[in-house]
Ligand binder design. Structure first.
Ligand SMILES: Cc1cc2nc3c(=O)[nH]c(=O)nc-3n(C[C@H](O)[C@H](O)[C@H](O)COP(=O)(O)OP(=O)(O)OC[C@H]3O[C@@H](n4cnc5c(N)ncnc54)[C@H](O)[C@@H]3O)c2cc1C
Length: 395
């Protein structure tokens, strides 16, 4: 690696991570005229989990990307979803139809295209985007300004930048917070997701997300936007606790198939349409976790970096966009009212404090919603997966 120092640019805000949270924070701040640097570790991500958006997210998508139904919309493959079909509270399929919501539908998105469109809008709003660049270190400068001194690295170079304010949008790994010594708390939640893609030559016009409880965890499946070489694709994900035998089984193709064969709803649906597995099984952490502190002196965490949810909530992207909008506004007000000294931008700042309070409320709401949904699933109470959830919720 050739290490080439660059000049010390001072940005108003440096945002680490350009997932939905990072791009939406950048759009909000750049529209206010703040000088924003958006730093993304990956040059071209090839894999993302999380494609479904509930009806309540449509307004947010319109705000950040334009009307998903409008002619100017460039998101490939995006389609409207009709609702959720779940085998959860009983062995009968329960249909939650989006028809009766104010927007009448949800969305299934191609996550890579969605993230790229948000990044493009951040750049169009005036943010500077650096791809293939990661944060190596950050420290407050003891020169009275209390700005951040940041070291950013890529394969090819190292650069030094300065920032008045730092935003952690690096997802579950919460890189900025961890670098500053702030731990994540997971309350012993070990949920892990095992994802397998399927494809079929025939059509599939299913617009429902399928959810199914199982003795050792739970499943979801939805058809994916677009097609791959004329083939329809579908995602099937199994969730279990990483230390349970079912999780070890799900990590292999054979074990995954074995578990899937035991499902009452999803396996027959795949067979009826002639789906075949394609690609390897991908694993991803899916536990609920939060930072001990959502903000500190001159920094804030947004999206999964601040708090990440069990996918049963189906709230991840919505939360990332919604809290990014809130954070962007609060950071702008804080920076505008403290134009000279970054020392006044800690959690004692009125605006940053408001964001912090909102994050605490979101976490409490998430916990009670999660406990409610796990609590209404009545079967397999002797199985470790379900016993743990009943104990943690004190049901
Ligand atoms: C199995 C599973 C299924 C899910 N399904 C859904 C769903 O259907 N609907 C839904 O709404 N949500 C879903 N989610 C949740 C959703 O994926 C996340 O909540 C969402 O991606 C959070 O967005 P984010 O921007 O906070 O973080 P991310 O999307 O994780 O983005 C973080 C970004 O930071 C970058 N980064 C990381 N480290 C660095 C660094 N050091 N320097 C620079 N950049 C860095 C990463 O490359 C990435 O681009 C699911 C999650 C899981 C695990």
């Amino acid at each position: 690696m050739s290490l080439r120092d660059r000049t010390n640019t001072t940005w108003d805000v440096v945002i680490v991570g350009s997932g939905p949270a990072g791009s939406a924070t950048a759009i909000t701040l750049a529209k206010y005229g703040q000088r924003v640097l958006l730093v993304e570790k990956q040059r071209s991500p090839s894999f993302k989990l999380g494609e479904s958006l509930p009806p309540t997210s449509i307004g947010l998508v319109k705000h950040f990307l334009g009307d998903p139904d409008g002619p100017e919309q460039q998101l490939p493959g995006l389609f409207s979803t009709a609702g959720n079909v779940s085998l959860w509270a009983s062995e009968q399929a329960d249909i939650a139809d989006f028809f009766f919501t104010p927007t009448g539908h949800g969305l299934c998105i191609d996550r890579l295209a969605f993230d790229e469109a948000l990044r493009a809008n951040a750049v169009a709003a005036g943010a500077t985007l650096l791809k293939g660049v990661s944060l190596q270190s950050c420290a407050r400068i003891a020169d009275g300004s209390f700005n951040w001194q940041l070291t950013l690295i890529s394969d090819a170079e190292m650069r030094q930048d300065r920032a008045r304010y730092l935003v952690d949008c690096s997802g579950r790994q919460a890189l900025v917070a961890r670098t500053l010594g702030v731990p994540t708390l997971d309350h012993d939640d070990r949920l892990f997701a095992y994802a397998q893609w399927f494809s079929c030559a025939g059509g599939d016009d299913d617009r429902y997300t399928r959810i199914e409880a199982a003795p050792d965890g739970w499943w979801y499946s939805n058809r994916l936007p677009g097609s791959d070489g004329g083939e329809t694709r579908r995602l099937v994900v199994f969730h279990s606790d990483k230390d349970l035998p079912a999780a070890r089984l799900a990590a292999s193709r054979q074990g995954f198939d074995q578990l899937l064969d035991g499902s009452t709803h999803i396996a027959p649906l795949l067979k009826a349409r002639g789906y075949q597995p394609c690609g390897t099984i991908r694993g991803a952490a899916a536990n609920g976790q939060r930072l001990r502190d959502f903000c500190g002196d001159g920094w804030i965490a947004v999206g999964d970096a601040a708090q990440a949810y069990d996918p049963l909530s189906s709230q991840g992207i919505d939360k990332a966009l919604r809290t990014a909008s809130h954070a962007g506004h609060m950071i702008h007000y804080a920076l505008t009212e403290s134009p000279r000294s970054s020392a006044e931008l800690g959690s004692g700042n009125t605006y940053i404090h408001q964001y912090d309070e909102q994050q605490r409320q979101h976490w409490q709401a998430y916990l009670s919603q999660r406990d409610h949904y796990y609590g209404i699933q009545p079967r397999w109470s002797d199985q470790p997966f379900w016993r743990r959830r009943r104990q943690s919720a004190r049901i």
